[in-house]
Design a binder for this molecule. Structure first.
Ligand code: SF4
Length: 343
């Protein structure tokens, strides 16, 4: 199971070095695939150059002009995403398939409720075709072209901003086909709304074994999209059977942190904010607890591989519920970092 995100800015040649560094950081956070909008041929060239600089698989997202997809394939781009609603005639799709097949590059058929093929959009607008069914029909049309052409290395996404439509479309297609599915709610909103909507959709789908890659689309940072995706996989794996856990394969740090209350003597919010990115970037499958007081802190987090909690005017660091260090508040970050490195 791969967590994806999408680059949020327009790339330019002058940003290549800094973009490559940010991509390496996204990889550490758990990003497995990174998609870029490629609106023109210049963007294709910039992305192509960036793909030569990083180890992350980069995906070119193409709308309207199939020639941009052809240009991207001249570079080590890992995958092309095409939107059948706006790419044009069958001959244009087949030109992309022909070049992708020769280079053994996969393609994602990316269908969106907001850009359905015109006839399906009209039927959807007039109410004779449900959005979920329209998404599936659009995907199946494109799949038929791919099948006729003998192009097998593809997956499908069907996205809507509605949780219900997203779930329904993916359920329908997964019953009709075993094509791999990229799943998530699109245009899902700001951080909290977007995480809630994606969690609702993805927990339902992943719980039914539907979905091979995920993206949590947010009006927020790429880093938070990745962290949200990881957390949803972790939660889904927690309630999945053994087979499901193996498929979801969540990796990395599990952070447990208290919300604070009147008993707290340690600012868990500030500490968590300071450490969150570093913890998520660790290549360790451990549980880290950040608690506000000694009343419940070590006890509630006794299974944590490492934890930190306030205790009066002191701070305790503990492992598996056993206190290993007692320190002043201003030593908390240094001491915690030292103990983390010892794990
Ligand atoms: Fe309150 Fe302590 Fe629980 Fe945090 S760990 S919510 S400070 S009782």
């Amino acid at each position: 199971m791969v967590v994806q995100t999408m680059w949020k800015d327009r790339l330019c040649f002058s940003d290549l070095e800094s973009s490559a560094a940010r991509i390496e950081n996204l990889k550490k956070l758990g990003c497995g695939v990174l998609r870029f909008a490629v609106p023109d041929l210049e963007a294709a060239e910039v992305l192509g150059n960036l793909a030569c600089m990083v180890s992350m698989p980069l995906v070119a997202d193409i709308h309207f002009d199939y020639k941009i997809a052809l240009a991207c394939l001249d570079f080590p781009i890992a995958k092309i995403r095409l939107n059948p609603g706006n790419i044009g005639g069958r001959d244009k799709v087949e030109a992309v398939l022909s070049k992708a097949a020769a280079l053994s590059r996969p393609i994602r058929i990316g269908v969106n409720a907001g850009s359905l093929p015109q006839d399906l959009r009209l039927r959807n607008d007039e109410g004779s075709l449900e959005t979920a069914e329209a998404l599936v029909l659009a995907a199946e049309r494109e799949m038929a072209i791919f099948d006729d052409f003998g192009f097998k290395d593809f997956l499908v996404s069907m996205k809507a901003s509605s949780v219900a439509d997203t779930i329904k479309a993916n359920r329908i297609l997964s019953q009709r086909s075993d094509v791999p599915l990229h799943v998530g709610v699109t245009e899902a909103g700001p951080l909290i709304a977007g995480v809630v909507r994606n969690t609702a959709a993805l927990m339902a789908l992943l719980g039914e074994g539907i979905g091979d890659t995920v993206r949590v689309s947010l009006s927020d940072t790429m880093e938070n999209e990745i962290i949200a995706g990881r957390e949803i996989l972790l939660a889904a794996a927690g309630i999945a059977g053994k087979e499901g856990q193996g498929r979801l394969n969540p990796q990395g740090v599990n952070i447990v942190s208290c919300p604070l209350c009147g008993r707290s003597s340690f600012d868990t919010h500030a500490f968590t904010a300071r450490w969150q990115s570093r913890l998520y970037a660790l290549d360790k499958s451990i549980t880290v607890a950040i608690m506000g007081c000694a009343v419940n802190g070590p006890g509630e987090a006794r299974h944590a591989d490492i934890g930190i909690t306030g205790a009066g005017d002191k701070v305790l660091i503990f492992r598996k519920g056993k206190v290993i260090r007692t320190i002043d508040v201003d030593e908390a970050d240094t001491a915690f970092g030292e103990e983390l490195n010892r794990l």
